[in-house]
Ligand binder design. Structure first.
Ligand code: NAD
Length: 420
């Protein structure tokens, strides 16, 4: 993997940049950069055909300085240690920028859920949970859904962990089904947070939302919720995509129809979506459309040195983690594209995960209205703080976000001091 495409190298670069602006020495910052703890596990599973397959899994805790490690579990064929390290570090800085009392962690299993039966996915989930059980728990490390995982899988994780401990422990994972203590509003929280962020950046730049053309890469949990909420706000969603390709309609796509098509059957892909005036384009072409807003909501490294020059969007709101490489970020800054960074833009998910955990450990339940109001409050205040600092320091929003986040993590580490 070249350095540009190694997401962990990209994290280290932005942390070093923020540390230099903050005037930190290597002593201040060194221990903030590297993961505290890494666990690699093997996950043997009896497959439906009677064979045994051994999957590779990881749980990495980047930091627990500000609280328990927090972060999702990814089921995807490309999961690898540096990706999990980067995702764990982004969680640390994300929780810090929105100021919730968590560190950062992430996990994953190298597998392709689209090629596994439900029984096989459940077996992978249960054996993986058992393998990482020594590390996780409501007070030390709390997983959640990410790419390829879902509330149903979180329910199985919670059940497996509870069975091992001998009693019901709701707070070990978030993003669970509501029947198991999942927070109302959690499944739409990341997309809702992205929508709130889009409104905030458009307002700052004095651009009305109505009819502004939008392209969204990825129509999974985050992308589809974002598409629906921006459609409801009157924006014109001209292109969306999934792993099979993108669809494009200059006059605006019918997002409720597309969402219904995708949720009708888990095997439905956009490459088979046929409607009048809708044409098929590549994911690559979607990224380069002439739109006001581009929302990458799939995977890392989608905007890179090869295409950054051709990006025509005026504003990018990063719903995915790490969709822009550090080299591409520099090009976008030169082109004066406003980029709202992942650690701020997609923080809605972890914010509502935090609400879920708070409700679980207090055995209380909040209404969806309360959850959404509290989410909006945190997203608005965090955006405002990042915007103000970026303007004051004359730096891009990503640097502004890291100035806040890195300082909070270093302050916590310094206050605790090195032990012994
Ligand atoms: P998901 O598995 O629900 O959806 C992923 C989507 O991306 C699917 O539509 C898939 O078809 C598409 N996709 C995969 N590879 C693609 C490619 N090469 N090109 C275009 N599309 C592709 O995952 P999700 O939970 O929606 O997560 C999406 C992103 O958001 C990830 O970066 C994830 O880390 C980040 N994120 C998720 C949450 C959350 O709460 N789920 C929170 C914060 C950040």
């Amino acid at each position: 993997m070249s350095k540009e495409y190694n997401p962990y190298d990209n994290v280290l670069r932005i942390v070093d940049e923020a540390a230099a602006i903050l005037g930190y020495s290597d002593n201040d910052i060194e221990s903030v950069k590297y993961p505290e703890r890494e666990l690699k596990v093997s996950v043997p599973v009896r497959m439906d055909d009677g064979s045994t397959r051994v999957f590779e899994g990881y749980r990495i805790q980047h930091s627990t300085s500000r609280g328990p490690a927090k972060g999702g579990i990814r089921f995807h064929p490309d999961v690898n240690p540096d990706e999990v390290r980067a995702l764990a570090a982004w969680m640390t800085f994300k929780c810090a920028v929105v100021n919730i009392p968590y560190g950062g962690g992430k996990g994953g299993v190298v597998c392709d859920p689209s090629q596994l039966s439900e029984d096989e996915i459940r077996a992978v989930t249960r054996r993986f949970t058992a393998a990482i059980a020594p590390l996780i728990g409501p007070e030390q490390d709390i997983p959640a859904p990410d790419v390829g995982t879902s509330p149903k899988i979180m329910g199985w994780m919670m059940d497996t962990y509870s069975m091992l401990k001998g009693h019901c422990i709701h707070g070990v994972v978030t993003g669970k089904p509501v029947e198991l203590g999942g927070a109302l509003g959690r499944s739409s929280a990341t997309g809702r947070g992205v929508m709130i962020t889009v409104k905030n950046i458009f307002k700052k730049l004095h651009i009305p939302l109505e009819n502004q053309p939008v392209a969204i890469q990825g129509m999974g949990n985050v992308g589809s919720t974002t598409a629906g909420l921006l459609y409801d706000e009157g924006m014109k969603i001209v292109a969306v995509s999934d792993v099979s390709g993108a669809i494009y309609c200059p006059g605006g796509l019918d997002i409720p129809d597309i969402t219904a098509y995708l949720s009708d059957n888990a095997n439905n892909l956009l490459k088979d979506y046929e409607r009048d005036n809708v044409v098929h384009i590549t994911n690559k072409a979607l990224l380069e459309l002439d739109v006001s807003l581009l929302v990458p909501a799939a995977l890392e490294n989608q905007i890179n040195c090869e295409n950054a020059d051709r990006i025509k969007a005026k504003i990018i709101v990063e719903a995915a983690n790490g969709p822009t490489t550090a080299d591409a970020d520099r090009i976008l800054n030169q082109k004066k594209v406003a980029v709202v960074p992942d650690i701020l833009a997609n923080a809605g998910g972890v914010v509502v995960s935090y609400f879920e955990w708070v409700q679980n450990i207090q055995s209380v339940s909040w209404t969806e209205k309360i959850v959404n109001e509290k989410l909006k409050d945190i997203m608005d205040r965090s955006f405002e703080a990042v915007w103000d600092l970026a303007v004051q320091r004359k730096v891009p929003l990503r640097t502004g976000a890291y100035l806040i986040a890195v300082k909070r993590v270093v302050d916590a580490k310094t206050a605790r001091a090195i032990w012994p």
